[in-house]
Design a protein around this ligand. Structure first.
Ligand SMILES: [Fe+2]
Ligand SMILES: [Fe+2]
Length: 217
């Protein structure tokens, strides 16, 4: 069943070099025109914040979050491959395979998010996802091959991953929207919806048959 369609390379959809400078490019050098620290006085007027965003700590937080989830998605492409091979039931294996393909697209989509805010995609290790992936490996190590219990365990791990992603994409989407990065917000929302759908699908798989079979083993 592992009919891998590995043709879709992650560079495929991002090769357009639209040097879109949504604000990031010209920011670094020329921004410091006013020398006052403008901290306390700023808090009252939140309307015209957007111009200052690219250099702000808030924007930095957003970029750090993007780097974190970019690392996580790339790590997941590999991890899902392992889980897919380890799954017992065909339905679960298929669902994981589908989500692996989706995850590859999400990596590309993240590259477009970076691009839309004038940044090059960069990954920063995500310890949370590293831990969740490790848990998936533990389930594989600790359960019998061809058992429904293994599938139940894999679903649990996958759902932990989805919930982490849902939290991350939901927050990043909200930050992007707040800063007026509309394209980024829209792309992040698209992935957010895919993660939510995957979570629902996993619940359905568990509840429709897998948990029952696992209980009977
Ligand atoms: Fe994802
Ligand atoms: Fe996911």
């Amino acid at each position: 069943m592992a009919t891998r369609t590995q043709s879709k390379s992650k560079t495929g959809s991002q090769s357009k070099t639209t040097g879109r400078s949504t604000a990031g490019s010209k920011s670094a050098s020329t921004s410091r025109t006013a020398s006052k620290p403008a901290s306390a006085s700023r808090s009252r007027s939140s309307k015209s914040q957007n111009e200052d965003m690219p250099n702000s700590k808030f924007h930095q937080l957003f970029l750090d979050g993007l780097k974190d989830i970019y690392w996580a998605e790339k790590a997941l492409v590999k991890a899902l491959g392992k889980m897919q091979k380890a799954a017992t039931s065909e339905e679960l294996a298929d669902a994981i395979l589908t989500h692996q393909e989706q995850t590859k697209e999400q990596v590309s989509r993240l590259e477009r998010v970076f691009e839309s805010v004038g940044q090059t995609a960069k990954a920063k290790k995500c310890p949370a996802m590293e831990g969740l992936i490790e848990e998936g490996q533990e389930v594989i190590d600790d359960t019998d091959e061809d058992s429904a219990v293994r599938d139940a365990g894999l679903i649990m791990c996958c759902q932990k991953v989805e919930h982490y992603e849902i939290a991350t994409y939901g927050s990043l989407r909200t930050l992007a929207a707040k800063m007026g990065h509309d394209e980024a917000a829209q792309l992040l929302e698209q992935t957010l919806n895919e993660e939510k759908e995957t979570d629902v699908l996993l619940t359905q798989l568990a509840e429709s048959s897998i948990n029952e079979e696992a209980a009977a083993e």
